[in-house]
Design a protein around this ligand. Structure first.
Ligand SMILES: Cc1cc2nc3c(=O)[nH]c(=O)nc-3n(C[C@H](O)[C@H](O)[C@H](O)COP(=O)(O)OP(=O)(O)OC[C@H]3O[C@@H](n4cnc5c(N)ncnc54)[C@H](O)[C@@H]3O)c2cc1C
Length: 391
């Protein structure tokens, strides 16, 4: 088998890259270890920055997103029994976020690739990458009971944090920078109409809580829990009770309950690898960096990376220009570190740190009071939350 760009991973990064390359007349094959059904139903992120929405719409995969996505013009910070709205649109000159499940983005992209005759190979096994320093890197895998070797000009490692691409780079080439947090998020998806139109980030003495939604009938909720939390200890009743305690306000705001459709515990970590390239292997999305979900940046960074990579690859294949590919890592890392800082900052402001004393809590309250009371501070949050322009 032979293709121009071999892409490992059919998450948002890999699929969008394949779609953007197709629009530039560049051939690619996506190799995914999971089934199509699995990736189309994996519930994860749900907040799209303005720039990500614009890119999806302009590239022709935003029709359902525009129809079904929920455009939000603000978020709420809630603490000491009161809510404080941050008007994202007013503070950023008209920008907004859109709530649209990551699995819906993935479904739209798979359909677009299939309709265009693109190749997305699901259920691939034993995927490995080779000859990365050469001009003919290769991907080997098992598919439909046969062993395949695919020759490429370039390989894109879009296989997430636990994929095989980053670990395939020789030891000593990449440097990693990491921060782990002493808590995790217990998330539920519930069949309940959202009891508020916008996302609510709640700082509470019992820990952080997040109220969000996926559609007019589905609510998505999170609770800060211990990093090694046993989900078996959390009955639906206990989860609802804790959510009521952390989210409800003095003025009588009530959370709607409903059937719990899904629940799970997600760890929190900040991680960046540098550079995001080795030879003809380019890392994009979670394979190169992850953020704690508090800033809603993970999927958006994946989109931003492949936007940069698709342009660099178009210049490479059309004009044999290598400068944009050479600058890929540096270009992406600027945005990555901004998002890393913002996600760390939101996380630090809103969570209870085990062992933290009253001094630490007073600092958090001071920061929250400042963000909701100062236009300059609120603007900084809003600008980062809706996302800097893709460029
Ligand atoms: C609970 C949760 C909530 C989140 N909330 C948000 C949010 O609100 N906003 C936000 O922006 N981000 C959020 N994120 C982060 C976001 O989901 C990720 O950043 C995003 O999925 C990154 O996309 P990706 O394509 O880089 O990686 P992934 O989505 O992880 O895709 C990688 C793909 O590679 C495949 N793969 C792995 N190994 C191999 C292999 N060896 N061979 C072939 N294929 C392989 C995987 O099956 C997967 O399909 C959240 C994440 C979680 C877990």
């Amino acid at each position: 088998m032979r293709t121009q760009v071999g892409i490992v991973g059919a998450g948002p990064a890999g699929l969008l890259l394949s779609h953007l390359l197709h629009l530039s007349g560049i051939e690619s094959v996506v190799i995914e270890s999971r089934s199509r059904d699995y990736v189309e139903h994996r519930v994860r992120a749900g907040v799209l920055e303005q720039g990500a929405v614009d890119l999806l719409v302009q590239s022709g995969v935003g029709e359902r997103l525009r129809r079904e996505g929920l455009v939000h013009h603000g978020i709420e910070l809630r603490f000491a029994g009161r809510g404080h709205r941050i008007d994202l649109t007013e503070l950023t000159g008209g920008r907004a976020i859109t709530v649209y499940g990551q699995q819906e983005v993935v479904k739209d992209l798979i359909r677009a690739r299939r309709d265009a005759g693109g190749q997305v190979l699901f259920d691939a096994a034993a995927v490995s990458v080779h000859a990365l320093e050469s001009t003919r890197p290769r991907i080997r895998f098992r598919h439909d009971d046969g062993d395949v070797e695919m020759q490429c000009d370039v390989i894109a490692g879009c296989d997430g944090f636990h994929g095989i691409c980053r670990p395939s780079v020789p030891v000593g080439v990449l440097s990693s920078f990491e921060r782990s947090y002493p808590f995790a998020w217990l998330g539920i998806l519930a069949e309940a109409a959202p009891s508020h139109e916008e996302l609510i980030y709640a700082y509470h003495e019992r820990g952080f809580a997040l109220f969000s939604m996926r559609s007019p009938s589905i609510t998505r909720l999170y609770l800060q829990v211990a990093p090694d939390e046993d989900i078996g200890q959390w009955s639906d009743d206990r989860i609802w009770q804790e959510l009521h305690t952390r989210l409800e306000t003095d003025d009588g705001w009530k959370l709607n309950e409903g059937r719990v459709l899904e629940k799970g515990v997600t760890g929190m970590r900040s991680y960046v690898t540098e550079p995001m390239q080795h030879g003809r292997l380019f890392l994009a999305g979670d394979s190169a960096h992850i953020v704690p979900p508090t800033g809603a940046k993970g999927m958006n960074l994946a989109v931003a990376d492949v936007h940069v990579l698709s342009r660099a690859l178009a210049a490479f294949f059309k004009s044999r220009r290598e400068d944009l590919l050479a600058a890929y890592s540096q270009t992406c890392l600027k945005r990555v570190w901004r998002a890393e800082h913002f996600s760390w900052w939101m996380t630090s402001m809103l969570h209870r740190f085990p062992g933290d004393d009253v001094f630490g809590h007073r600092l958090q309250r001071s920061q929250l009071d400042y963000v909701v009371g100062s236009r300059a501070a609120a603007t900084s949050l809003a600008e980062n939350y809706v996302g800097l322009p893709l460029g």
